[in-house]
Design a binder for this molecule. Structure first.
Ligand code: ATP
Ligand code: MG
Length: 771
């Protein structure tokens, strides 16, 4: 048996070794489902299956990259790259590009992100003179999105009186008309939205049997992670593609189905047996991720759900600590508790920032956490907020790039036609839009033919429009021979974007330029990476494909040693040694909007199960007595989910809110010092944050008890430390300093210990002896 297969237990081995046929692995959190998929792919390849014939669908692109990395380690790097592995959206976007002409789209179609889609919908609502307080664009967008995911096209919608009636009841009788106009606008702009990527794939596979046959033939082995969260549209794609060979392996956990609100259908997992001829069902029971306490607590929660498959989860891991429950007065206190606790755990257990996650039910809760972490200078990263690629300056650059590939892209055009300002005003734009609608052409085409159309636009403005067209066309010519880095560098200069930002000398302006530079750096890396892939060239088109579907979790380029902040939904599939689940209050978690029916409440409970099963060593549950919500201070009640956990797995901290937090380390004296106030000079954006000056440090030290013996080593220069200095640590022994970071109280040293490898320590706690 191949050595890597020894890293699986017997139950995991069975689905890995079953080469052919349909199979489903149903198992609880942390039992190795994702590991089974990974090893199964490696095994298939070792059995001679061509990687080009394997399709693996994951929940995030990041998960796909990690899986590829692991597989490459087992089977060799070059082969691993050729597997079709990624999210539904990224894989099928690729396929749609090959086949776009069949559906009447250009192969370089734009992918509209949520912002773009919502902006189109807003424009439609305005054009139709509808009341925007009744037709709220976000609501309209999500309704249209759910239709698309149920494969209800515009035509199907108008053939379905029930749907029309339901929308009329929701006071939106014109929803169908908005839907129609939205779809037409996207089509005219050569754009697909996220949902189209699935909807159009389904259309492609049903309308063109020869295309279906081609992909059935290509994807002889199909694997799907997180199968419980596939929606109807995704389900049909998988079903169609696997129909011929029926070599399909799906893994999932009904207890972790958390996307019903977005159309995920738990029945996909329950009905899998009926969908294929001869289905083998596998179960895994042993959890490798978490302590006994966490596993048992999680089991005790999910038992309360009536609708569930019977499953056993146990672990051989240590008992571990009980789950800590803490109550605070306000959300500010909650943030401070979490930040202090992270700080202590880091120090007491030599953990890295990246070992911690803070999970919440709603994005709005992140602010209190951020404030507290910032005060403590704990680096963090928020997932799922505005992603890098959605920042204004980045989107401006990307809009120019989108126009190069697809000049019909109206959202991109509207964004940059007059940015940087070039004297093309709103009135001109409105006239262009009217003309475009009239001739049923794109705005860009109207601009190209501006001399042939009778438009009330003066000749000066016409020249400006012509110049814009010429500029974009010149980019298109260059793009034929440039890679993405070269073309983008050229675009940022030629459009005047860079100059525009440079004029703005504010810290924000500087930060924007830095972001654009960051974008360019990323592109340079991308070009290098692409060179290793067959047929790839590092072109703009390749890059845009990646970017359009990047989720926020995808762009943490190696810089992952930060506390992770995210919603519970986003945490699915991930694991962290320490997990803080905050806002454990009624109406928040469970969400007040999801308590109307048993099934909604059960979904919230599954969400809580997902949250708690992310923790490896220690979980915390925190709640507050009062919280600002919708601008009002309201009394909060502890979540029923806390009470549902068997008490023997919980440890309640003293529920005294004032001074409840007994500092364990003398450093907590700093607790109430607002470090930011100590910074006299305004920090320049982008430069590393400077610690306190020597004078400020002296002041700070006065606050510390004289007994502290860490004072001597308070800063690197005080302690006579430099790169290369040999030191001795009480626990880790002798080592050499290889890096010094930060200043003052936050000085960190990285030491290469003779026996323990590299460790990063906070200097003031490290108690180092210089040798
Ligand atoms: P989730 O339901 O949360 O997605 P999962 O079932 O996909 O969890 P994995 O993420 O595959 O579980 O595995 C959980 C952890 O246990 C991972 O760190 C994995 O490397 C480890 N693990 C899984 N199987 C084994 C094994 N046989 N031996 C050692 N470690 C294992
Ligand atoms: Mg998993």
């Amino acid at each position: 048996m191949e050595a890597y297969l020894k890293q699986l237990n017997e139950a995991q081995l069975a689905p890995v070794l079953q080469k052919d046929g349909a199979m489903i692995v149903i198992a609880g959190a942390g039992s190795g489902k994702t590991r089974v998929l990974t090893y199964r792919i490696a095994y298939l390849m070792s059995q001679g299956v061509d990687p080009f014939n394997i399709l693996a669908l994951t929940f995030t692109n990041k998960a796909a990259r990690e899986m590829k990395g692991r597989i490459s380690k087992i089977v060799g790097a070059s082969e691993g790259k050729n597997i079709w592995m990624g999210t539904f959206h990224s894989i099928f976007a690729k396929i749609l590009r090959f086949e776009a002409d069949k559906l009447g789209y250009p192969s370089n179609f734009t992918i509209y992100d949520t912002q773009d889609s919502q902006s189109v919908i807003r424009a439609v609502i305005k054009e139709m003179h509808l009341d925007k307080d009744v037709y709220k664009y976000k609501q309209v967008y999500s309704r249209i999105s759910s239709y698309k995911n149920s494969l209800i096209t515009v035509k199907a919608y108008f053939n379905n009186p029930e749907l029309m009636e339901a929308d009329a009841m929701a006071k939106m009788p014109r929803l169908g008309d908005i839907y129609k106009s939205y779809v037409e606008k996207c089509f005219k702009a050569g754009a697909m939205d996220f949902d189209d990527l699935l909807l159009k794939t389904n259309e492609l596979l049903t309308r063109f049997p020869e295309v279906l046959a081609k992909y059935q033939n290509r994807f002889r082995y199909i694997l799907v992670d997180e199968y419980q969260d596939t929606n109807h549209s995704q389900y049909l794609i998988v079903k169609a593609l696997s129909d011929r060979f029926q070599n399909i392996c799906v893994v999932g956990d009904d207890a972790q189905s958390i996307y019903a609100f977005r159309g995920a259908n738990i029945n996909n997992i329950l009905n899998f047996q009926k969908d294929y001829d001869d289905v083998k069902t596998y179960r895994l029971e042993q959890n490798y991720r978490s302590t006994k306490n966490i596993v048992n607590a999680a089991n005790s929660i999910i038992e309360k759900n009536k609708t569930r498959l019977d499953k056993v989860v146990w672990t051989e891991n240590d008992d571990g600590n009980k789950i800590i429950v803490n109550r605070t007065m306000t959300d500010g206190d909650e943030g401070r508790f979490v930040a202090s606790s992270i700080f202590e755990n880091k120090m007491n257990h030599q953990m890295k920032d990246g070992d911690f996650a803070i999970l919440y039910r709603t994005n709005a809760q992140s602010r209190a956490m951020e404030d507290a972490l910032r005060k403590r200078d704990i680096p963090y990263r928020i997932y799922g907020g505005l992603s890098f690629y959605q920042r204004k300056e980045i989107k401006d650059v990307l809009s120019y790039l989108r126009l190069i590939l697809n000049p019909k892209d109206e959202e991109a055009l509207k964004r940059v036609i007059n940015y940087p300002a070039r004297g093309i005003g709103d009135t001109t734009m409105e006239r262009l839009i009217v003309a475009a609608n009239h001739y049923n052409r794109s705005i860009f085409e109207v601009m190209k033919n501006i001399d042939r159309i009778d438009l009330k636009i003066n000749s000066g403005t016409k020249n400006k429009l012509r110049d814009f067209v010429t500029m974009i066309e010149s980019f298109q010519v260059l793009n034929k021979s440039y890679d993405v880095f070269q073309i983008t560098e050229h675009v940022t200069k030629k459009t005047g974007l860079f100059q525009e930002l440079k004029k703005d000398g504010t810290p924000e302006g500087i930060a924007r330029i830095e972001n654009i530079e960051e974008l360019l750096n990323g592109m340079r890396d991308f070009v290098e990476e692409q060179k290793e892939i067959v047929d790839a060239t590092g072109s703009l088109a390749e890059f845009m494909e990646d970017v359009a579907l990047a989720t926020d979790a995808d762009n943490d380029k190696g810089d992952s040693d930060r506390v992770a902040l995210m919603t519970v939904h986003l945490a699915k599939g991930l694991e962290f040694p320490y997990v803080y689940i905050v806002g454990m209050e009624e109406d928040l978690f469970p969400s007040g909007m999801s308590m109307n029916t048993r099934s909604e409440l059960e979904e919230e409970r599954r969400l809580f199960y997902v949250a708690i099963t992310r923790a490896e060593k220690q979980a915390y549950l925190t709640y507050t007595q009062s919280r600002y919500r919708w601008g009002k201070l309201i009394d909060a009640e502890p979540s029923r989910f806390i009470q549902e956990i068997d008490d023997s797995y919980l440890e309640y901290l003293t529920p005294i809110t004032e001074n409840r937090y007994k500092p364990l380390l003398d450093v907590d004296i700093f607790d109430d010092v607002d470090h930011s106030k100590l910074r006299l000079k305004k920090p320049v954006a982008g430069s590393p944050p400077k610690g306190p000056t020597e004078a400020q440090l002296r002041k700070l030290r006065k606050l510390r008890p004289a007994t502290s013996n860490t004072d001597k080593n308070f800063s690197a220069s005080d302690a006579n430390l430099a790169m290369g200095t040999m030191v001795e640590h009480v626990r880790f022994g002798k080592g050499k300093i290889v890096k010094i970071e930060g200043a003052g109280a936050d000085t960190k040293v990285e030491i290469d210990f003779e026996n323990g490898g590299l460790k990063k320590l906070l200097l003031r706690f490290a108690k180092l002896k210089v040798l």
